[in-house]
Design a protein around this ligand. Sequence first.
Ligand code: FAD
Ligand code: 2HG
Ligand code: ZN
Length: 493
Amino acid sequence: ARRWAHTPATLKFNSVTEQDIAHFQKILPAASIISTLSPVSSPASELSIFNDDWMNKYHGKSTTVLRPKSTKEVSEIVKYCNERGIAIVPQGGNTGLVGGSVPLKDELILSLGNMTKIRSFDPVSGIIVADAGCILEAMSEYLAPHDYIMPLDLGAKGSCQIGGNVSTNAGGLRLLRYGNLHGSVLGLEVVLPDGTVLDQLSTLRKDNTGYDLKQLFIGAEGTLGIVTGVSILAAPAPQASSNVMLALPKYDNVLPLFREVKRQLSEILSAFEFIDRKSYELAVKHGQGRALNDEDVEGAECFVLVETSGGKREHDEEKLNGLLESLLEADEPLINTGVLSQSPAQFSQLWAIREGITEAVSKEGKAYKYDISIPVASFKEVVDKTRDHLKSKGLLHDDAVKHVVGYGHVGDGNLHLNVVAAAYTPEIEAALEPFVYELVASYKGSISAEHGIGAMKTHALQYSKSTTSIDLMKKIKALFDPKGIMNPGKVLE
Ligand code: FAD
Ligand code: 2HG
Ligand code: ZN
């Protein structure tokens, strides 16, 4: 019930009717329409994978999902919806973690899942242009034989789409090396809320011709238009990659370790990921990756996964081995042990532990997810303070909150604080919010480092954005989408 409170009170939209379905049938083939309304009359169960989010925390009530195959079809649908006052939720792989990809009420869902063409690839520049519905992993597989990689990677790669990645400005596991999408996206094709196609699908690396409009859509979470095409700069595939899981006796060692790792590995360091002890245990318990040997885990308060990517295996191995030796031989070692991958399979297994935490947490219980930017030195303090707070409210026990864990992208100052509960309850939510947001604000942090605002944090935006910024965001929204049909109630209240 609380979610409905966030729906903009002033905006009124029309529900999709049977007449609308008849109109959509003129735009799209029957196979591209899923609707409980006649004459399509799909069973409600077919709609649930689009109405329910990945965490099964947010539940829409849409009657209709449209799955266009071309930008022209998207444009005709959007133009019609704008005229009719029907609200639209753009949906990619539906892996978002902030309730942005599912309706708040019965908005029409426009799924990009049928738009999966690679439009072009230039093996000299590395620029790839693709339909927004291309799955991230499929794009990586397309690039591999050409010796290129996508500049982003995340645990949801098998389901998330490049249009969804762009719309959430997804960060992920390669940000430390390749930066965020504001840098690597070169152009976008967007269907604006009145159906106009904004063609900015540039393949230029340099283009200073006034305002860079595409940046507005990167991270707009579907509130300003529908991304239908993406031009992105792929990175040359590293010739050698390696990784090592470092076990730390205490959290306080993370920062000095980061400094030392950066100093010694310099240009070959490509990831520095943090995993606290409980996150590690949950990953292993739920079959993510392969457990380390007991003696490697013993006495570890947390772990750091370091990845190197470089051009020459012998050179990189020498550096990594040198790093490990110097860390272990130090008078007061920052690490207990380091487990170095010896084969591509072991490399993947170490990554699977880190990438699998989200999945493991969702198997363990219902997760309240806080994706925050704070100074790295405070990661542990924030996890501990949150746990203590829940304990003081009498909520830290198996029937309420089972675990409070922290993991994330240390290299980018991004902590994933996950509170794993037996169920989503108003009592736990009230204990966590605004507590966590106030805590983040006290460190001058961000309440959303990489997952976005969605439906979850609209009411908390002011913890990280000034009134002036929010006012400007509202003006931009009104300029692009005067009727407010595009993903209403997301990002802005
Ligand atoms: P969806 O979930 O479908 O949509 C997300 C938002 O974008 C919604 O607001 C939706 O309306 C909008 N949208 C989607 N497609 C379009 C489009 N074509 N045009 C306009 N708007 C659109 N995120 C990170 O940043 N880093 C991570 O490391 C990371 N790891 C994850 C691991 C797991 C296991 C999971 C489940 C999620 C993870 N995420 C991560 C969350 C992340 O936001 C998404 O995985 C991804 O970027 C969303 O892509 P999607 O295609 O699933 O979009
Ligand atoms: C990750 O880094 C993702 O693994 C997901 O961003 C984080 O589930 C989460 O909270
Ligand atoms: Zn993340």
